[in-house]
Structure formats: C-alpha cells, structure tokens
Write a protein that binds this ligand. Structure first.
Ligand SMILES: Cc1cc2nc3c(=O)[nH]c(=O)nc-3n(C[C@H](O)[C@H](O)[C@H](O)COP(=O)(O)OP(=O)(O)OC[C@H]3O[C@@H](n4cnc5c(N)ncnc54)[C@H](O)[C@@H]3O)c2cc1C
Length: 509
C-alpha cells in the first residue's frame, strides 16, 4: 500500500494493521489462487486466517476478538478479499450474526457465540432469503413455533452463501401470523441454528459464476428443535435485528469485494507494458490509457466512499443512505471495471487464464446479493425522503418579479382562516408554482391557524368547486390546488400574468 492508499483518518494502529494483513495476504495469495483454480474449499487458508484472529476483527476483546471497530474490520475485510477463494467464507462469517449478536444478544450469548466466531471455530452463514422471499425479505415463510423451552422451525432458505461449509446459521423465521403485527414488522424473530441439529439439512448446492470454489445453498428445516437460548433478541424483533445488521454487513462485503481491484490494476499495467501491437505497447494507445484511468478512478472513488461510511459508523452514526449508495455504485463499478479490464486485455481477458473476467461476474453478483441495486435505490429514496423532504418554499419576489427560494413569511400570514383568504393563498400558489398542488401544511404555514379549521375550509371550497383536493386511502385531504373557477374568483386575471421585461407591451394579448 502506498501512502495515498491510506485514508488520512486512519490511526497509527490501523496503518499498522493494514501493513500486517496486507503482508499476510501477499504471503498467501498464490495458495488462494490454487484453491480457486481447483474449485476447492480453502480449509488450510481458512485455518490460517482463524489463527491470525481475523474472524474476530469486529469482536470486542472481552469476547476474544481483536476489537478493531468498523474501520479496522473493513481494513481486514478489504485485504482478505484479495484472497478471492476465501472472500465468500470470510464475509459470510463476518455477517452471519456477528453484529446482530453483538447488538442484541445477552451477555451469555455473546460469550458463547462471539468467542466461537473470533476463534474461527465454526464458519457462519446468514439465512434471510427463501424461495418465495427475495427482495421482499419481510415475506419470510419459515416458521418458528414455541414449544416450552424450545422453538420448532419449519421451512426452507435459499441462496445462502457458504452454507455448505458453515457450522452456525443465523436464521430469520416467522413467529406471528397476526396481520396487525405483520403490518408493524413484528412477525419475525432471529435464531442461531447449528449444523447437526436434527431435521436441519442441506437441500442443494449451487456454485456461483465468478467464485466457483464457494458454494451457495438451499437449506431445509424439518421440525428443527432449538433451545430458546438460541433466540437472539426479543420475539418479534427479527426485522429490527435484520435491518440493524445490514449497514455493517454491506461495508464488510463492499470492502472485501474491492480488495482485489488494486491487484487487477497492477496486472493491467504489467500486461499492457509488455504487449506490442502496431509496433508500440498497448499501454501507449490513448484509448487503453483512458480505460485504465477510468478503472482507477472508479476504484478509488468507491473505496474512499466506503471507508468514509466505516468511519461514520465508528463515530456512532448509521449512514444508511451512503452505505446503500456505496453498495449500489460498487456493484456497477466492479462489473464495469471487469468489462473494461477484459477490453484492455482483448482475448487474454476473455480466456479463463488471467484473473480478470471473474470481475464481471463478481460485480454482477454484487448488484444482486445482499440486496439488489434496485433495493438499494429504494432505501436511498425512502431514507432520503425523511432527510430531505423538509419545509422548502419559493415565494414571489416583487423586486425581480419571479419566484425565489425564500425564508420570508407569506404575505397572507395572520389573516382570518376563512373561505376567501384560504382560496387566495391557494390561488396565489398558482402564480408561484403553476403546476403544483399544496399540502395542507403548506397552506397552514402561509396563513396560520389550526389544521382542523383549514380542513373545514378545504371541504367548503371543494363543495363550491373552487379547489380540487386529493385524498389518501383513509379519505384525509393531503393535497389541494385551485380550480380554474377558484383562480378566477381569487384574483383578477392580471395577477397571474408574467412576461419577460424584453416582451413588448404592444405584443401582449
Ligand atoms: C451470490 C449471492 C449470494 C447470496 N447470499 C445470501 C446469503 O448469504 N443469505 C441470504 O439470506 N441471501 C443471500 N442472497 C440472496 C440475495 O439477498 C437475494 O438474491 C436478493 O435480495 C434479491 O432477491 P431475489 O434474487 O429473490 O430476486 P427478486 O427479489 O425476485 O428480484 C428480481 C429482480 O426484481 C427486482 N425487484 C424486486 N422487487 C423490486 C421492487 N420493489 N422495485 C424494483 N425492483 C425490484 C430486483 O432488484 C431484481 O432485479 C444471495 C444472493 C446471491 C446472488
């Protein structure tokens, strides 16, 4: 790692950690590629990682971990991600319940499970997805029914990363069918199920294009009995627990997947400086330089962005919007980097020889796994609407004779809340925002008064066809605008007219 690859906010310990893990990876990268080529599970390498304690990166020291925080764990994840045959198993273990147990487990559970994870004793897997519940993760149909001190699980899970080699499965199951509870996302609970529990079996193993040495499985739960002490968090808190773990999981995954890109960039320089076409190295071709520069900038941008999210989490924030952006952009960028890298190397990029074409699939995979790009965009939109959908008004500025973003009070503020004045407020808004409705709150901000009094006035005005309303599903008015009759009643036609100063009076009609 060069100096400018190190985030300026890394502590001395984090810089040291980066150097150490990077050295560990350099020493083992060839071995990792051997397993990749043989499509085998890299058990000896997994054990080496366990001995180093890296599985416990995010686990506090009191539970046997390295206590590296989110940034430290991200540094480990990024480096271990360069060992591409190990990435899936490593990330699955980091995300297979670790942050959920840390946040929601009892002291007893933390001592029991976190120390197992920290020692890398058994690998983990997270089990959300089912044959009939993908992006709609709340639609989990696997059930958990309480029977005395035990829970009985029935159902199926699919697409579970590293489920073929895991020993510990963090499972979300439905514990209530009550529609009201379901509406409030209180229908799920989370459990740890261990390999070997009677009734719990592997149903199918698929290999994933791009990471063929790691399995992705279907699991079957057939009257699987687990003790109540394997329930993590309160009954009905499964959705909260799932959501609470996702930010950490996405950062770990993002950095792990980014890990290998620096090596690919080095390979591209190595290759293009030795490949001669038209009597010059391909590195001298402007288009090749441009593609390489694009790869480098995509990689560096998304890396800083993800490390910034990690730092925010270390500072106690939950930067959900940025983490979803990081996940979405990264999937697209890595797929694109893969396509460009193949283009730079021509046929050599296509052949299954240099470790290049796998990036296309790894990028594509990340546009789907751990929440698809579309899901990330939904998260970005929904969380942003809480953040950005705040009071924001344009008001008519007489000096420049146009609407400007303004903090000024409305000219109607303080008038009596009656039909005539409210209609004026709404009709005036036609001058400011000709194509928009107003919310009842916009109107209240402009004129003042009680919300209930306004609703009464809206209903009167609507009856007289002076305004048009839109109502929500419960019948509550949520948007209003003036009708053409209302505009006519509120102000003379002149009030709404506006022309640029260059437009001659004699031309007006
Ligand atoms: C390699 C890999 C590893 C995985 N590992 C795990 C794991 O370890 N544990 C686990 O529980 N799950 C895992 N998954 C499952 C993963 O989380 C789901 O694949 C993902 O959430 C999408 O669900 P789906 O594949 O069923 O697609 P679907 O939900 O059927 O979606 C199909 C398409 O429709 C789009 N779509 C769906 N709903 C909407 C909407 N409302 N608006 C716009 N577009 C929409 C999706 O974005 C997608 O493009 C893994 C998946 C992959 C590919």
């Amino acid at each position: 790692m060069e100096k400018d690859d190190i985030m300026w906010w890394f502590t001395e310990e984090q810089k040291k950690l980066l150097k150490e893990v990077s050295q560990f990876v350099e020493d083992n990268i060839e071995e990792a590629e051997v397993y990749y080529a043989k499509k085998e599970v890299p058990w000896p390498l997994i054990r080496k990682i366990a001995e180093k304690g890296y599985f416990g990166a995010a686990i506090p020291k009191e539970y046997g971990g390295m206590d590296l925080g989110v940034t430290g764990s991200a540094i480990v994840s990024e480096q271990i991600g360069r060992l591409m045959s190990v990435t899936s198993a490593f990330v699955a273990t980091l995300i297979g319940g670790l942050s959920q147990i840390l946040k929601f487990g009892t002291e007893e559970q933390k001592h029991k499970w976190l120390s197992i994870i920290a020692r890398g004793e058994s690998l983990g897997a997270v089990c959300i997805t089912e044959p009939f519940a993908g992006s709609d993760a709340a639609n989990v149909m696997t059930t958990a029914v309480r029977d005395g001190d035990e829970w009985v699980l029935n159902g199926k899970k699919r697409f579970i990363s590293s489920g073929d080699i895991a020993g510990r499965f963090f499972v979300y199951a439905k514990t209530s069918d009550d529609p009201t509870i379901r509406k409030n996302y209180g229908h799920l609970s989370s459990f740890v199920v261990e390999k070997g529990t009677p009734g719990f079996s592997l149903e199918r193993i698929n290999s994933i294009m791009g990471t063929e040495n790691s399995g992705n499985v279907y699991l079957s739960f057939n009257d699987v009995r687990i003790p109540d002490e394997n329930r993590i968090g309160a009954v009905g808190k499964g959705w909260t627990i799932m959501m609470a773990g996702l930010n950490f999981e996405r950062i770990m995954n993002n950095l792990a997947v980014l890990g290998g890109i620096a090596d690919v960039i080095k390979l591209l320089f190595h290759y293009t400086k030795r490949r001669i076409q038209f009597n010059r190295t391909t590195s001298q071709i402007p288009r090749i330089q441009e593609l390489t520069a694009e790869i480098i900038s995509q990689y560096r941008m998304v890396r800083v962005f993800n490390y910034n999210c990690a730092k925010q989490m270390d500072l106690g924030q939950e930067p959900t919007i940025d983490i979803s952006i990081g996940k979405w952009i990264e999937g697209e960028y890595i797929r694109d980097i893969g396509l460009k890298a193949v283009q730079i190397m021509g046929g050599d990029g296509i052949m299954d020889y240099y470790p290049i074409n796998r990036l296309i699939m790894i990028g594509k995979m990340n546009e789907i796994a751990a929440g698809s790009t579309e899901t990330q965009k939904l998260i970005v939109y929904r969380f942003s609407s809480l953040k950005y959908n705040k009071p924001f008004r344009l008001r008519w500025n007489e000096e420049v004779n146009k609407a400007l973003i303004s903090k000024k009070k409305s000219q109607f503020k303080g008038l009596d809340v009656n039909d005539e004045n409210v209609l004026k407020v709404i009709a005036h808004d036609y001058k400011v925002n000709p194509a928009l409705y107003m919310t009842p709150e916009d109107v209240r901000q402009d004129i003042g008064g009680k919300a209930s009094a306004l609703i009464e006035v809206f209903e009167n005005l609507e009856k007289e066809k002076l305004i048009v309303t839109r109502r929500d599903r419960t019948g509550k008015i949520n948007l209003v605008k003036a009708s053409y009759i209302g505009l006519k009643r509120a102000f003379p036609e002149e009030y709404y007219r506006w022309f640029p100063s260059s437009y001659k009076d004699e031309m007006k009609f």
